[in-house]
Design a protein around this ligand. Structure first.
Ligand code: NAD
Length: 420
């Protein structure tokens, strides 16, 4: 019987990436070992009462990968495939993402092995509150600040904030971000990832020989990140959105799509497919369409050795996490396609999470204009630094982003000194 290829362990991938950058930066073996180990890990098995009166035991994890630059930050996901190594890898990537945009944070991630699609709201609330109780000793505004991730949302964060606050005896809004505005969430958090991505594209365009006004844009995954980026690129920078897609397929119109009408159509029918006046294309075709900017904003592993050679864009901006496999990166570098890597291009979300936390601990809230102005500054400065390192070292932007991030973490480790 043919054997399926063993699944790639994401933490092994994360450690390989550290080695590549550590070689470039001539980081010594001891520091390299520190970078390749999570600082603190919690594994917890806990019972949850189900709606039918039975009890089930769930397993949850929280990994605080590195706290050299500040409290750790990262989402919590609910998914049947959650594993400790996946959480470790995601926590390492959060460390680099926070560092590349220079937030005063380390990185963390959490998860529960569960199937949220087959759980009631009541079961999800009991699962969340029981997990939050287990997290109380290791989370907090000065220690580790969770946020939403796959299949968790602002309601999940509200339950965690409430459970933590009950334990403390007073309200602690800064213990989580991605909260509803009513309990200390930030203006602009919902659209921050797409907005940050649009700002990074704006900064990269001149270096890629592209004028954004009138440029053509294709977006794979017209969800939160993708649709916000598309709307801002059109409304604020005058770009032309020529193709979008979702899980059911894609649509194109070389004259430009009316995004508000596409959103209405998606709202009514559940998909962008069938939008009047557009031509149907597959998700694979969308990636290879003639466009100036391609924004993968859906899933990982979309741009591979198979299709990278057919990509016609000048810029690939990764709103999604991990859409490009390393073989495709090589092709893009050779073809002089500018890649804006995920840890930079989608860091707008964690940046406004940081703003939310900063507002909470100040007890003061900012206007939407203030949030967007500060986000603009963070994304502009971060792109400039990554671009500068890419030019200096003659490496692609992904390596440059890792160099910037890992160097910042190493600087923090060194200046603090290794105890004792
Ligand atoms: P979302 O669920 O709002 O949107 C995802 C979109 O992708 C949906 O339109 C869905 O229909 C589409 N999709 C699903 N399968 C597809 C397929 N096979 N082909 C094409 N499209 C498909 O999710 P989101 O929050 O916009 O997240 C999208 C990506 O951005 C993810 O990789 C996520 O990790 C990343 N990201 C999001 C945030 C954030 O704040 N929302 C922050 C950082 C990274």
């Amino acid at each position: 019987m043919p054997q399926s290829a063993p699944a790639i362990n994401p933490f092994e991938t994360a450690k390989r990436q550290i080695d590549i950058v550590a070689d470039l930066l001539s980081i010594n073996d001891g520091t390299r070992e520190v970078l390749k180990h999570p600082k603190r890990e919690l594994t917890v098995n806990f019972p949850v009462r189900m709606d039918d009166g039975s009890y089930r035991v769930y397993t949850g994890y929280r990994v605080q990968y590195n706290i050299a630059r500040g409290p750790s930050k990262g989402g919590i996901r609910y998914h049947p495939q959650v594993s400790l190594d996946e959480v470790r890898a995601l926590a390492a990537w959060m460390t680099w993402k926070c560092a590349v945009v220079n937030l005063p944070y380390g990185g963390a991630k959490g998860g529960i092995i569960c199937d949220p699609k087959h759980m009631s709201q009541g079961e999800l609330e009991r699962l969340t509150r029981r997990f939050a109780t287990e997290l109380v000793p290791i989370i907090g505004p000065e220690m580790d600040i969770p946020a939403p991730d796959v299949y968790t949302d602002s309601q999940t964060m509200a339950w965690i904030m409430d459970t933590y606050s009950q334990e403390k005896g007073y309200s602690v809004p800064g213990v989580v971000t991605g909260k509803p505005i009513a309990i200390g969430g930030s203006e602009g958090r919902g659209e921050a990832t797409g907005r940050g991505c649009a700002y990074v594209i704006r900064e990269a365009a001149p270096h890629a020989g592209l004028k954004l006004k009138g440029a053509n844009i294709a977006v794979q995954g017209f969800g939160n990140a993708g649709s916000v980026a598309a709307n801002i690129l059109h409304d604020e920078f005058g770009a032309n959105i020529i193709a979008v897609s979702d899980s059911k397929g894609g649509i194109t119109n070389s004259a430009g799509l009316n995004l508000k009408a596409v959103e209405d159509h998606k709202h009514k029918t559940g998909s962008v497919v069938g939008f009047p006046g557009s031509k149907a294309i597959s998700n694979e075709e969308l990636l290879e369409i003639k466009t100036d900017v391609l924004i993968p904003a859906a899933l990982e592993n979309q741009l591979t050795a198979k299709n990278a050679g057919k990509v016609q864009a000048k810029i690939v901006a990764e709103a999604a996490n991990g859409p490009t496999v390393p073989e495709a990166d090589k092709v893009f570098f050779e073809k002089k396609i500018t890649v804006l890597p995920d840890i930079l291009a989608n860091a707008g979300g964690v940046t406004v999470s940081y703003f939310e936390w900063a507002q909470n601990i100040q007890g003061y809230s900012w206007t939407l204009a203030e949030v967007n102005e500060r986000l603009n500054r963070v994304m502009t400065e971060s792109y400039a630094r990554v671009h500068e390192v890419a030019e200096q070292r003659k490496v692609h932007n992904r390596t440059a982003a890792y160099v910037v991030a890992i160097q910042r973490v190493v600087d923090a480790l060194k200046i603090r000194g290794f105890f004792p």
